[in-house]
Design a protein around this ligand. Structure first.
Ligand code: PLP
Length: 384
């Protein structure tokens, strides 16, 4: 599969037809256990669902192929994937350098769940090379970054960070949820591991929760696989199957998400109600050149800073119709959110706090004219 283009891999990797019936779509192996031919005589290598399941295996093959990785593991949620990765790679006394615009749940996991077990975390501005160099210590094991970041769409140069981290003996983990592998391939840029909330673009239809770790090589696979097996936060067969089905249209969807978001960002720039438009596809975005180099499209996420402050932002978030007010992102339908009281409420008052005049849009793949009209009617309601 590795010699095929992305869109082909998304449809065919791990998706062999069922040899017993000829069914073109691999079945959902909705089973908790597998019959053995005598003790230890495993028919297809499968024993018990927490260890492995064929539906999950086919998703894992597909995920590894999409990111150009050596293997992947599929979990019940993005945070379950992050937790297994961190517990598999780190030991007490280790230090993590986290981008200061990371997803709030990652910060909460590191500082509230793992800190009492001896993992220390420092948040830093990862676009400043001197700041990173100063913050890396001998105990720093992981530099963890998101690009584009959630929700301020900061762009980080993955190759540059990998150089610095590797020189200091640390590894680089990229949360590739916002871009998806259709637009950005962190392993090829020098990252060691990739994590996903597959709940978002990979699933793509807001109907399943899931997460993944993708491995650049076999250094950490056994440790993280052991965490997955020992703790059991695996994706269920139906969830794995839904994610696989979503992935087959990922390349198409990401093109349309990117095109719609670009049009909305350009429209928003012309509106005085917005003092800032956070979107890497705009030439005025500070990370535009890096994004143009390391991504093949700018994605479907954008954030808007309302000139009228937090009251205007809250009112705008409640004023749209096609953009439904909800957490999450990456589905075919457009969503609007108010991060400081929704997705990022847990980081209020921390270095990761989101400005209170910001709303976040997950731009769907509806007709973009309808989407802009919806945002326009939302703005009209503000001025009433
Ligand atoms: N990473 C990013 C960038 C996210 O936006 C999210 C969820 O919003 C997660 C990780 C966590 O994923 P999940 O909600 O599937 O646990």
């Amino acid at each position: 599969m590795s010699d095929h283009a992305f869109a082909t891999r998304a449809i065919h990797a791990g998706q062999e037809f069922d040899p017993t019936t000829g069914a073109i779509i691999p079945p959902i192996y909705q089973t908790s256990t597998f019959v053995q031919d005598g003790i230890g005589g495993l028919r297809g290598g499968y024993e018990y669902n927490r260890a492995a399941n064929p539906t999950r295996s086919s998703l894992e093959t597909q995920l590894a192929a999409l990111e150009g990785g050596s293997a992947a593991l599929s979990f019940a949620s993005g945070l379950a994937a992050e937790d297994a990765l961190l517990r598999g790679v780190l030991k007490p006394g280790d230090h993590v350098l986290l981008g200061n615009d990371a997803y709030g749940g990652t910060y909460r996991l590191l500082t509230k769940v793992l800190a009492p077990w001896g993992i220390e975390t420092t948040t830093v501005e990862l676009s400043d090379v001197d700041v990173i160099r100063a913050a890396i210590r001998p105990e720093t094991k992981i530099v963890w970054l998101e690009t584009p970041s959630n929700p301020l769409l900061k762009i980080i140069d993955i190759g540059r960070i990998a150089e610095i981290a590797h020189t200091a003996g640390a590894i680089v983990v990229v949360d590739n949820t916002f871009a998806s592998p259709a637009l950005q391939q962190p392993l090829a840029l020098g990252a060691d591991l990739v994590v996903h909330s597959t709940t978002k673009y990979l699933g793509g239809h807001s109907d399943v929760l899931g997460g993944a770790v993708v491995f650049g090589d076999d250094r950490f696979f056994e440790q993280v696989k052991f965490q997955q097996f020992a703790v059991g936060a695996v994706s269920a067969p139906l969830d794995a199957w839904l994610t696989t089905r979503g992935i087959k249209t990922l390349a198409l969807r990401m093109r349309q998400h990117s095109e719609n978001a670009q049009a909305i960002a350009e429209w928003a720039q012309s509106r005085p109600e917005f003092e800032t438009v956070f979107f890497p596809g705009l030439a005025s975005h500070p990370g535009h050149d890096i994004a143009a180099r390391q991504m093949s499209g700018f994605g479907g996420m954008l954030s808007l800073g309302l000139a009228g402050g937090s009251d205007a932002a809250r009112a705008f978030a409640e004023s749209t119709e096609l953009f439904q007010l909800a957490e999450s992102l990456g589905g075919v339908e457009s969503l609007i959110g108010y991060p400081s009281e929704m997705t990022h409420a847990s980081v209020r008052g921390t270095p990761l706090a989101v400005p209170e005049n910001v709303v976040r849009l997950s731009v769907g793949i509806e007709d973009v004219g309808d989407l802009i009209a919806d945002l326009e009617q939302g703005l009209a309601r503000l001025s009433r």
